[in-house]
Design a protein around this ligand. Structure first.
Ligand SMILES: [Zn+2]
Ligand SMILES: [Zn+2]
Length: 732
């Protein structure tokens, strides 16, 4: 009898599968498959969870942890292609490495609300076959509506805006039967890129580089495509994309600032005849859903996107390109904390496909991987179309006698004037949004701090408010000082881009200026409009944060002024010097990309600093060698490993208790040191008190495993969050 029951139990268990849900859960849960074939691993299934339904992914056979009789049933297997074994392995790998719940990582691969429902088609208005009724007069407004809706259905709002009429004009036409309701086509087309089309003629160097990339097309490899700004890296890796397409595979390109890719998209279109699919946070829900489905179904052959594009469900991915691989925005700092550049290499290895890392200023990590023989390197030596490298001059600001609250030295002022007179464009770089970094009371010295964070509020005159750059809190500038009551006593201290604009306007009243920050060109449309204005010479001087440094090609831009080159060098950030060099080099690379020679003026109070000196000498390799020596002496990455713990909570006493408990149980193995707990530089963020611990380890230590067993020794405390950041980039 017992044997029969046991046999039945096994039969029931064999009708089960383990399903991973896109929720912050560590492991898959078992579900029963009531009838039909068992869904294969990777299949998307709808299952009950509590009182609701969730779409998850079959992760393997049932674990048997729950008695078969208590299992709930899989509701349905969705008619979508299964996630590949390679993508499932990537989810598991990322979860293990970052110490994140596997379900939270899966969520990045399925981050598409309602992607799994049958698409709902919205209705719009289209011109009906019927002529207008006899009594109806066709006013110009009505004619405009009918013209726009003559060939396709248009949503009401869009139709009214395009025809410059009120929605009631449209409704009246519908009521009269002249317009009819019809489904609106989404407009999303995922046309296949034509890899045979061919683009610009490659120089012999570029051709050779493209050929070596193509020669790596089979199997896993990582290649650093190393070339100065304007050397044609994009055109070269386009050839690798063409090779992947020719082999019937897909390609994904990760870019750091997806908002600013209009020029990249135009080049892609020129090479392949169609636009690629895009993947970033600005996609609307419907387009996001369709794009995800088109990727899963193999129709979207090339996707360009932000870091999250890396987790898309490509059926047969053949190439991963990470452009501007050194860019720190590839590091995601919340939720699952990961570096897309590094995970791209992991996906390449799991999928056994090539990965291309492109940069003019590769990260030290990548350069050392080349030196260790783990990555290949292809160097593109010349600037495209024979343009010359710009001349770089350091302006020593210690010998300048600048008037108070002025920030442009004499060299830069003169050069700006000359450039305007010559009809050429200039760019000023200052990595500070807003008007001034600090606002303080002239009577008592009171500074306005964010109520949620331990930072000063930044005045933004464009919107007439004080903003916190960390939590987004904003408030009006008080009329009276909250501390001493003095009226209109607040003064702006230091420069922001908006203030620099004032200084340039006073210097060159005739110049047309544009401030370029995430505040002004934050959307793809605004970014495209900005690029158009510069290209069509509607702007003489650009004043911007690092957002202006990314990937643009402006032929008439011949002067770049770096207003405060020392800004990124302060502070205890491991990569501060490297990042400063990269940004400065990139900004400098904007100048004189075509036939006109470019000039760069670098304002600095410490011209002998190795970063500034290397920049003046335009000597990247010297800078990298200095930086490598520094890091090696201190056992810092890539010569050692780092992991950070960030302990935070609304109550600082419990946060301290938790941080001390972590310090007491810290690993003491050879080759490991733990620092802290220390107050985080941002000791208060969004109302949470923060403490940090930092673990440094020798290169051969399994840091994720060390962190896992460390955390397992400390029971969780309610109201306290412990975030793990493996390979941290931010030390705030
Ligand atoms: Zn005051
Ligand atoms: Zn804040």
């Amino acid at each position: 009898m017992a044997a029969i029951v046991e046999g039945e139990g096994r039969a029931a268990a064999s009708r089960g599968v383990a399903v991973l849900l896109p929720l912050p859960l560590e492991r898959p849960y078992d579900y029963r498959v009531p009838d039909g074939d068992l869904p294969a691993p990777g299949a998307l299934v709808r299952v009950p969870l509590g009182k609701r339904d969730v779409v998850g992914v079959v992760w393997g056979p049932a674990t048997g942890e729950v008695e078969p009789a208590r299992l709930r049933d899989v509701i349905e297997v969705l008619p979508l292609p299964p996630l590949t074994a390679e993508l499932r392995a990537l989810v598991d790998w990322t979860a293990r490495y970052t110490l994140s719940p596997a379900g939270a990582v899966l969520r990045m691969a399925l981050s598409v609300p309602s992607a799994f429902d049958a698409p709902k088609v919205p209705l719009g208005y289209r011109r009906a076959a019927l002529p207008p009724p006899a009594g109806m007069k066709l006013t110009p407004a009505r004619e405009r509506v009918l013209a726009i809706a003559s060939s396709r259905a248009v949503p009401l709002g869009e139709l009214a805006t395009a025809a410059q009429v009120t929605p009631s004009v449209v409704s009246a036409l519908a009521k009269a039967g002249v317009l009819e309701r019809a489904p609106v086509a989404s407009g999303a087309v995922f046309a296949a890129p034509d890899w045979r089309k061919g683009g610009v003629r490659l120089t012999p160097d570029q051709r050779a580089a493209a050929d070596s990339l193509i020669a790596n097309a089979n199997g896993f490899s990582v290649t650093l495509l190393d070339g100065v700004t304007g050397s044609g890296k994009t055109e070269v890796y386009f050839e690798a994309i063409a090779a992947a397409l020719a082999a019937g595979k897909e390609a994904v390109v990760l870019l750091p600032e997806i908002a600013l890719t209009a020029q990249w998209l135009a080049r892609f279109q020129a090479r392949f005849g169609v636009a690629p699919a895009e993947w970033h946070s600005d996609l609307g829900t419907a387009l996001r859903r369709e794009t995800w489905r088109a990727v899963a179904g193999g129709q979207a052959r090339v996707v360009v996107g932000a870091r999250s594009a890396l987790f898309l469900p490509f059926p047969d991915l053949g190439l991963i390109v990470v452009d501007e691989e050194h860019d720190s925005s590839f590091k995601q700092e919340d939720g699952v904390i990961y570096n897309a550049r590094d995970i791209a290499v992991v996906r390449g290895r799991l999928a056994q496909i090539p990965v291309v890392l492109a940069s003019a200023t590769p990260s030290l990590e990548t350069v050392i991987n080349v030196e260790r023989g783990r990555y290949k390197r292809i160097v593109l030596p010349e600037r495209f179309a024979g343009a010359k490298q710009p001349e770089v001059r350091i302006a020593d600001m210690r010998i300048e006698k600048l008037p108070r609250q002025n920030f442009l030295g004499s060299a830069l002022r003169t050069a700006l004037g000359e450039n305007l007179a010559a009809g050429e464009q200039s760019m000023l770089f200052l990595n500070r949004r807003g008007y001034a970094p600090l606002t303080l009371c002239r009577s008592c010295g009171h500074r306005i701090e964010c109520r949620n964070c331990s930072t000063w509020l930044v005045e933004h005159r464009l919107v007439g408010r004080l903003l916190c750059h960390h939590c987004g809190h904003s408030e009006g500038l008080p009329i009276a000082c909250p501390s001493c009551g003095a009226a209109e006593s607040f003064a702006a201290c230091g420069p922001g881009v908006e203030r620099l604009e004032e200084e340039v306007a006073a210097l060159l009243p005739a110049a047309r200026l544009a401030v370029v920050t995430s505040d002004t060109v934050g959307s793809p449309a605004a970014a495209a409009e900005f690029v158009r204005q510069v290209t069509e010479r509607e702007i003489d001087v650009l004043i911007g944060t690092q957002i202006v440094a990314k990937g643009h090609h402006f032929p008439l831009l011949t002067l770049v002024g770096i207003v405060d080159a020392d800004l990124g060098l302060a502070g205890g950030d491991l990569r501060a010097a490297e990042r400063t060099f990269q940004v400065l080099h990139q900004v400098a690379g904007r100048a004189g990309r075509e036939q006109r020679p470019g000039r760069v003026i670098v304002q600095s109070y410490m011209p002998e600093h190795p970063v500034i000196a290397a920049l003046a000498a335009n000597d990247r390799d010297r800078f990298m060698a200095e930086e490598a020596k520094n890091r090696e002496e201190r056992g810092m990455p890539p010569y050692g490993r780092l992991a950070a713990l960030i302990v935070s909570g609304p109550d600082h006493a419990t946060v301290d208790t938790m941080a001390s408990a972590l310090a007491r149980t810290a690993p003491r193995d050879d080759g490991i040191e733990v620092w802290g707990p220390a107050e985080a530089p941002l000791r208060l963020l969004r109302g949470r008190h923060r403490r940090r611990l930092l673990l440094t380890a020798a290169r051969d230590i399994d840091v994720p495993e060390t962190m896992r067993s460390w955390l397992a020794r400390v029971p969780p405390m309610s109201g306290v969050r412990v975030q793990v950041d493996i390979d941290p980039y931010s030390f705030l």
